[in-house]
Design a protein around this ligand. Sequence first.
Ligand code: HEM
Length: 399
Amino acid sequence: VEHTVTTLPTTRGPGCPFDPPAELVEAQEHGPISRFTFPDGHRGWLVTGYDLVRAALGDRRFSSRKELMRHHPLIDYGDVEVPPAPPGEFLLMDGPRHARYRKPLVGKFTVRRMRQLTERVERITADHLDAMEKTGPPTDLVTAFAKPIPAIVICELLGVPYEDRGSFQRHVESFVSGETSDEDLMAAYVATQAYLAELVAAKRANPTDDVLSDLTHGDLTDEELRGMSLLLLAAGLDTTANMLALGTFALLRNPAQLAALRADPALTDRAVEELLRYLSVAKMFMRATLEDVELGGRTIEAGTTVLLSYNTANRDPEHFPDPHVLDLRRDDGGHLAFGHGVHQCLGQQLARVEMRVAFPALLNRFPTLRLAVPEEEVVLRPETADIYGVKSLPVTWDV
Ligand code: HEM
C-alpha cells in the first residue's frame, strides 16, 4: 500500500527546532514519494526525496500557474475558482508569461550592481550593529538586525527614497510577517500597492540609479512593474530575515560550529550554503501536472496537485551524509534551498551577499553573543507558516 499523509504537521522536530517534522521524515522513510490527501478531498502527492523533488522542478510538465493551484494543503477552498496570477507576479506563471518578467530582471542583478549592493549591505549592517551596541544588551535580534537589513536592501533595489522608508517598511512588514490579522493585512496590502503605484510613476518621471528605474525603459506597463516590485518584496524580505535570525540561533545552538566559523572567516561562504540547506526556511512549494507524468515509478495524472518538500529533500540521507548534522565544512551538494529549474530563486546572489556580510559582522562585533533566554523559550513560527523562522531571538553579550 502507498504511504498516505493527510495533514501537514504544524511543528518541526520534535526535539530539534531545525529538523523537519517527524511526519515528513517518516514519509521519506517509506519512500521519496507519498500520497497526500488535501483538506478538500483531492488525492495528490507529496514528494520528500531529493532526486524526485529536483526532477519535478526541472520538468516543465509540473506547472506553477496560480489558477491550477486549486487544492491548498491547509485550507479547503471548496469550488472557488482561483484566478491567474496578476501581471508581474511571475512566481506563479509558466512559459512565455513567466519569461516576460523574469528575463529583464535577471540582467539587473549584474556584477556591478552586486558590488554596489555589497558595499551598501556592509554599511547597513555596521549601522545596525552600532545601534545594538549603543542600546546595549539584551536585544531582540529579529527586530534589531535580521528584519531591517533585507528591508533596506530591497528599498535600495527599488529606489525607495529615504524619507518614505519608515512608513513603507511598516506596511511591508505587516504583510510579510504572517502575524497580522486579516483586516490589518488587507490594509497593509492596499497601502503597499498604493505606494508602489506612486513609486513606479515617480521612477518613470525621474529615473534614478536602481533596478526599478532601469525597468521603466522597457515595454512593461505600470501595473506589471507594480506586480514585479510586490513579488520582490514578498520573496526577498521574510526569507532573508528568517535565514539571518534562525541561522544565528542555529549557530548559537551548535557552539563547536560557531567556534569554527569565528576561527576561520574563509569558511563563511560554505557556512552560508550549509545553513541554507540545514534550515530550508522556504520549505514547501506546489506544482500541478499539465499531463500524465511518471515520477519515481508512479504515474501522476494530469491536473494533480503535487507538494514538493524542499526541507526533507535537503535532509535526504541518500544525498547528504548525516543529513541532520549542521556541518559548516560540508560540500554544499547542490542543496535545494533556492529551488531549482526555471523558478530558481532570482534573488539568490543578493541573499548570499546579505548573509555572507551579516553573519561574520555580527559574530565579530559581539564575540560573547549568546541567547538571553533558555533555548526552549525561543518562540518559533509554526511549520505551517509560508516561511519558517523565529518570532523573536532574545540575545545578550558582555559589555
Ligand atoms: C524564488 C528561496 C531570497 C526573489 C524562490 C524560490 C525559493 C526561494 C525556494 C523558488 C520557488 C519555487 O520553486 O516555486 C529564497 C530564500 C531566500 C530568498 C531561501 C533567502 C535566503 C530572495 C531575495 C529575492 C528573491 C533576496 C529578491 C531580491 C525571488 C523571486 C523568485 C524567487 C523573484 C521567483 C522566481 C521565479 O518564479 O522565476 N526563492 N529566496 N528571493 N525568489 Fe527567492
